[in-house]
Design a protein around this ligand. Sequence first.
Ligand code: PMT
Length: 338
Amino acid sequence: MTTIDSQQSLFSAESYFGTQTPPPTLDQDIAGVRSFVHRQRDLGRKVVLVTSGGTTVPLELNVVRFLDNFSAGTRGATSAEYFLKAGYAVIFMHRQFSLQPFSRHYSHSTNPFLDFLEIETTADTPRITATPSKYDHLLEVLTAYKSVQQAGLLHTLTFVTINDYLWLLRAVSQELSVLGRNALYYLAAAVSDFFLPRQKMSEHKIQSGKGSLLIEMDQVPKILQPLIDEWTPDGFIVSFKLETDPALLVPKARGALERYGHHLVIGNDLHRRKYEVVFVSRGHHGSAASDVTAHWLRISADAVDARGHAKEIEEDIVAELSKRHQAWVDGPQPRPPG
Ligand code: PMT
């Protein structure tokens, strides 16, 4: 039997970054983010960082086995499209091979793109055309995709492991901090809570044949704390809370809000996440615990949008967030010290 013993060993963010090694492409990735952010700043655009997909925890340095976190990337990829429609520039930081904006409509498992194409055999040279019944939707998605690309509004980054994610999040947020209140953080990625520091990892594949496997994991530092307090103090920060017990959703979201003191926690239940979410935030009267409000957004399973397509709850999430973020941008600025 395989047993994993999760004992809480505490890493602060500082000790984490002091002992774990950065991903080899970090400098290159961040140079790309820097020029994207500066271009958007010069154009006066708001920028949202969308994190999406699950992080892995490798068990070996030459990795054969790893633990994974649940997330297809639907929430992040879908939201990114609505943020683009709402006029944001988007940094889409996602788990490699998870869903991405635009291409998500043609996911290999549910909607393989080859099924959208036909070979026209009447001409001398065979030509590829779109299946007539799919044409309008394909044209709509392709038009939006091309115009976003042409305008340089979408910058994509990938992570796989929790270590990639933490290094990238820190570096990206430091770059985004130059935008002050014009930066929005939409942290929808499913982030591992426990990891194996590289100093404790086996170099080679863990061998079987010795009976049970006991692995002691360390706790991943709660990265929201330094993000809010140090790396990007003026950004509008939205975190997500995923639960499987509906009764825990609001209390846990509320707990996260009170613990970190950021702007908003969006709670979602695993099985209802496509139809309802709850916005847990402070009201207008300061940070008193009693002032926390829970605002539900719901759609019915058969709802359609203005174009007659199946309605996506991310449309309403992004509309509500754009309003709240704008209120934050326009709100009273803190007085300069002294
Ligand atoms: O992609 P889909 O299949 O559509 O699924 C979307 C989703 C359900 C994964 C998404 O909507 C969601 O809920 N994402 C957050 C899930 C999660 O990791 O929850 P958490 O309780 O582990 O973390 C809560 C928040 O704290 C997250 O915003 C995370 O960014 C942050 N966190 C987590 C761990 C850690 N060490 N530091 C953090 O800051």
